[in-house]
Design a protein around this ligand. Sequence first.
Ligand code: MN
Length: 359
Amino acid sequence: MPQGFTRRAIGALLTATALLLIWRVSSYDVASLAPSSSNNQIAKSGGNPRRIAKVSMLYGNPNPLYERALQSHERHANRWGYPMYVLQEDISEGFWNKPSYVLSLVIQELAKPAAKRSEWLMWVDADSIIINPAIPADIFLPPSDLSEIHFVASKDQNGLNTGIVFFHVHPWTVSMLVETLGHPLYLPEIDLGRSADQEAMARIMKKTTGGPEGQGYAAGMAYLPRPWINTYEWHHAYEGEKGNMLVHFPGLEDDRWPHMANWLDIVEKTPLEWEVPLKESGYDELTREFWAKFRAARDLANSVQEDIWLLPTGTSTSLRQAAVNNVRLALQQHADEPELLQQQVDELKAAVKEESSGR
Ligand SMILES: [Mn+2]
């Protein structure tokens, strides 16, 4: 089949591109941006911290506001012992620099012995500023027993926003990013719009077929409430509150520059104004509670699914099956809306009750 050949050819091309990227990126002096020791991360955040690296990019015409914004991220990274990697050259076509660079870093981390890898990469756009460096990034990550989650993000009225996202250093992420980068090559007829890389990733993340295990990627992601990790600055105000980790400036047109300058002055001149200790910020309990509910809903859906499979043929299970599917969909697309998730959990419990009441 010519199509099979085309697919293989594109696959080979992508692999070659990835290898080229690794070679090009590794020839930059990214190591100089990393702090000399990342061991203090474990000492400081306590509990069960994951090794995180922060990643961003800034190239092209000098922009002092973006530079100062990234310096706020570097201060945060230094405080918590995260290495930080910043792409400083245009390595791809516009929008595609971001997933290309992240892919190269994920592969580079996977090439290290497991004990020396960063486990997660936190991507931060250069139009975001850390305003509360007392919040460590790893508290937002799924507990290690939720090992099927490889991508943690947030969404807005347009769906997935990739301004601030967490990528798991895992072969799953390599596949997801390769498919994202391959999107315009495989499906050139689809118009990905203005934020092409973000739209491509959003489409790949919705897949429930193909991918590494034939199940797509949908079950590998979780949305956190956006203000926790990706708090927006609107034209009229900051959507967050004291204690939030950062401020992000998507859209905003000409308002972006005065708004960024304003926040940068605050964090540089009066850094303690928006700093709130982790304990007082509430994020410790909020994130623990979030993942506990996520886990409980997942476990319930899995156990009802197993029951359905074990029941004698002929047993009516259609209510339960539909409710299991709805819980799973809520976990994949609406974990950031706790009422909606709870409603699906309640409906699943009701369906189990109804179908097992011996009708
Ligand atoms: Mn942005």
